[in-house]
Design a protein around this ligand. Sequence first.
Ligand code: M6R
Length: 610
Amino acid sequence: MCGIIGYVGNKEVVPVLINGLRKLEYRGYDSAGITVLNKNKLILHRCAGKLINLEQELQKFLIRGKIGLGHTRWATHGKPTRENAHPHTDCKGNFVVVHNGIIENYLTLRKKLVKEGHKFNSDTDTEVIAHLIEKYFKGDLLKATQRAVKDLKGSYALGVISTLYPGKIVAARHGSPLIVGISEKENFIASDVSAILAYTKKVISLEDGETAILDFKGVKFFNSCDREIHKNSRTIEWDPMMAEKGGYKHFMLKEICEQADVVRDTLRGRICLEKGGVFLEEEIGWKKEEIDEISRIFIVACGTSYHSGLIGKYVLEDFAKIPCEVDLASEFRYRNPLLRKGDLVVVVTQSGETADTLAALREAKKKKVKTLAICNVMDSSIAQECDYVVYTRCGLEVGVASTKAFMGQLVVLYLLGLYFAKFRKSLSILRIKQIISALLELPVKIEKTIEMQDIIRDYAHRFFRKSDFLYLGRNVNYPIALEGALKLKEIAYIHAEGYAAGEMKHGPIALIDENMPILVIANQGKVYDKILSNIKEVKARDGIVIVLATKGDRKIAKEVEDVFYLPKTLEILTPFLNVIPLQFLAYYIALKRGCDVDQPRNLAKSVTVE
Ligand code: M6R
């Protein structure tokens, strides 16, 4: 997730771009850059790190101009360096591009362009776009961009300007957000309205496949067949804070609602149904023998990342048939783990900076075993120190309660399981294809689940005064019970426990009375009947039961009144859907109790102390 802004009008462009980038910095802050077109000359400034670095650099120059583009980056392809910072240019520096999204086929395009004589200056996927536009330019920037995007696979929101086509910005969108802001004698493009709200409230959203061309007088829109279309504007009534959160009340809510895109983006370019496989060669690239050599996997993490690791154990053992242990990072390093040749240590972390996880990684490295990180923040300490990294593509997670990062971690763990299974032949090709196709269907099912959040809000309004909650799950959904309980504890300050449902009879059942809400995860599958028995046990003790069940399950409706039905998917994939209502439940209960959802007391986003 990056942020882009473009301006053409009668104001000096630099302050407009910088103000806009300040509002967009929540989308990423690995690097920032601007380009300004002045008398057919392109001025380009880029800096690694936060926007402040760019601002300090710009103070040394007097840059004038009325048209330009800006970008703030959340790195996905290529390290967060100055060279990889946007904007990117073609060979001769005539075409400049800012981009938000992921170009899946950039390696193929890059190879082809290099053969044709193009010279590349960065490791980014974005740079191919500038070279494609250069290749297709025959005097018309709009046409060249429209032609170039036809070669792209993946997602993009683009802003393009050119010395050979002064006074115009060309914009294009597919799969990443882009809006056009309309005003008197000035027009804008931006990743979201927060960037331009200080100048205009009149906006038009570009839809997938659409392009636009802007100058200071107006904007023209084109559909995916490059035919000119009319689009109506809307007026935004949000205040600036709301705009930064995309109109959501809290970052946490926004991030829960972004999870379908997280799955899409994290799968992008790594999975293919036709080829029946998972492709992590770019990130891992181990030979078959190396994968065969892995005899044990240790997953190490903290908090929510630990819970995704627990699910990873079920998945890796089921898919790859490799024995797997999961450790809390704070325990792993002090228990003198018996690591040996053939072991793989996988650390899971959103921030890549968690002190306990970093220390556990160093412990593993000391013992000379292979290490791999599943991480969201590019070039973070853990990403740098690990032998291999597979990045989740969640964009910046602001809410202290981790939600979308968990989703991204699950995706990578499942991909890893399938990747190993492909080489070890531990799953049939048919089963791999079945799982891949179910993974590809997940984003739509996640969207459907999110659409039903009002049902969960009603539960929250009924139960927000309760002081204790129990969460029960079995098998691959036992860690989801733990995660649901953690979410409630950390943002609503309510005592909650997650339990493996089968363990209830060994103790926690004593807690159950008519005041205790119990969330039970009861999807259809191999442990369904067992979970039904657990539900009966709870009901016999007057506990308040709320069940997460599979759509179409009539049996459960006869047992329980409060059932939240989730779309059907493969049993092994149910955690992806089950976690969403539990995130919403914690969110809406916290809201009702007046808690600070995005910054809960005593917690920090990144725990860099032991
Ligand atoms: O950045 P990491 O994934 O390493 O962080 C691990 C935990 O600190 C984190 O998941 C924490 O538990 C969250 N607040 C949970 O919502």
